[in-house]
Design a protein around this ligand. Structure first.
Ligand code: AMP
Ligand code: MG
Length: 425
């Protein structure tokens, strides 16, 4: 006998997501080492305190010259210039060049005063001459040739990056080039993961009759990591309120608590009962397959209100529910602008059957067909317990609520599970 009666209103995926995301907002900022900030949102404006490059410098290995000295120079009639010194990279030239003079210079080294161009080694007779007190220029260079001007990349005082930018590889490089080793970013959310069920063993433990290995904690933790959150696997509660409450108490330091299993109508589905007793339930049930039983609420953990997403236990349902509701919540907390994945049109090469007006997320392999278009085949048994249907898939093909069946050859929407660039591997 169920102790509590819950009003079960089945929400659409969109309404459920909206109800869930209302409970999340962008996290506060933290100062991080530059190299550790990749993929996070910048929380300060990056202003250049000096120009880049800081000084006019050579773009080539060669000789710094006065360009007018090289007018009409050719192989047969080289312009002969006195070499008064050399400027290695990292040093600052102390001498000034006058007409008739030059200085040997390396790429990146500052241009000596008086010089207005660099002639590359290849255009001089350096290789063939014995006396390197002088150099012959075999061609003409124009004012500014092979000189990178100060500030050509970045001007002093320029705003290089603005708060809100998603930090990518080149941003890390640009910030490093300004000499900064730490920056302010939006914190990564900590997602506590609690599994439930008397049947659950941990990988590494000895298999026992009637038991199964915990896969949900592992797939969900991986999804958290690949989407920029910090997973915190707390452990597995047995099917008792006491055990679950104990683990929940350990999750006080998190931005979201995710549980798996215990939200359907079985005798031992304690997640519902606990959510009912120590929190505010916001929703129970979503018009989707898999993952119809889904709990969301706000739990009171030692006086702190922490959102709780109760995923179904079936491994495919858990992942798809987390994909639809957990990852968008992580993105909101990270301060990302694109919360939802875009969908793509594909031609379906298998039927999708929808017998109860839910939105079906069918596990599919998208590939490029001979017609050059994107096609998708289903990954076999679509039961929500068959996790390999997920591991074989690179996309979810969507059958909308209003369709009873999608026929072979129809064009429908799909969302990719992989990065676009990894799709066809
Ligand atoms: P439940 O929601 O407790 O009825 O669980 C639904 C199904 O998911 C059952 O077959 C469970 O054995 C399975 N299940 C529950 N938790 C996990 C888990 N952490 N990893 C893999 N399967 C699970
Ligand atoms: Mg169970």
């Amino acid at each position: 006998m169920r102790k509590n009666h819950y009003h079960e209103e089945m929400l659409s995926v969109e309404d459920a997501r909206k109800k869930i995301l209302e409970n999340f907002s962008i996290l506060s900022t933290e100062k991080k080492l530059l190299l550790d900030s990749l993929g996070q949102i910048l929380a300060e404006n990056i202003i250049a305190k000096f120009p880049i490059p800081p000084l006019d410098n050579s773009a080539m290995d060669g000789y710094a010259v006065v360009s007018s000295d090289t007018i009409d120079a050719t192989n047969n009639q080289p312009s002969k210039l006195k070499v008064i010194g050399s400027v290695p990279a990292g040093s600052v030239p102390t001498k000034k060049i006058k007409s008739g003079q030059s200085m040997r210079i390396m790429t990146g080294a500052p241009i000596p005063k008086g010089a207005d161009a660099v002639i590359p080694f290849e255009e001089t007779d350096e290789k063939t001459r014995n006396n390197l007190d002088y150099i012959g220029c075999n061609s003409e260079v124009k004012k500014g040739d092979n000189i990178r001007l100060s500030g050509e990349d970045v001007l002093k005082g320029e705003e290089i990056l603005s708060s809100g930018v998603l930090i990518k590889d080149a941003h890390v490089g640009v910030i490093a080039s300004l000499g900064k080793s730490k920056i302010n970013v939006i914190k990564k959310p900590v997602i506590s993961i609690i599994s439930t069920g008397d049947e659950i063993l941990e990988p590494g433990e000895k298999i026992k009759p009637g038991k199964i290995y915990n896969s949900n904690a592992y797939s969900i933790a991986s999804m958290v990591t690949s989407n920029g959150g910090i997973p915190n696997i707390i452990g597995t509660a047995s099917d008792s309120e006491e055990s679950l409450n104990m683990l929940l108490d350990m999750a006080y330091n998190s931005d979201l608590i995710v549980t798996s299993a215990g939200v359907s109508k079985g005798d031992y589905d304690v997640v519902k009962d606990v959510l009912f007793k120590r929190g505010k339930i916001k929703l129970w049930s979503v018009r989707m397959r898999p993952a119809k039983p889904l709990a969301f609420g706000v739990l009171d953990i030692n006086g702190k209100s922490i959102p709780h997403l109760g995923l179904p236990g079936n491994p495919v349902s858990a992942m798809i529910a987390f994909e639809q509701f957990g990852i968008p919540a992580i993105k909101v907390m990270l301060g990302k602008k694109d919360i939802l994945k875009s969908s793509f049109k594909i031609i379906i090469d298998d039927e999708i059957i929808n017998y109860d007006n839910r939105r079906v997320y069918a596990r599919a392999i998208v590939f490029k067909g001979e017609d050059g278009k994107l096609h998708a085949k289903l990954t076999g048994n679509q039961s929500s317990g068959v996790l390999t249907s997920m591991s074989k898939a690179n996309a979810l093909a969507i059958c909308t609520e209003d369709r009873e069946k999608i026929n072979i050859g129809e064009e429908i929407n799909a969302i990719f599970l992989d990065d676009i660039d990894d799709l066809f591997f």
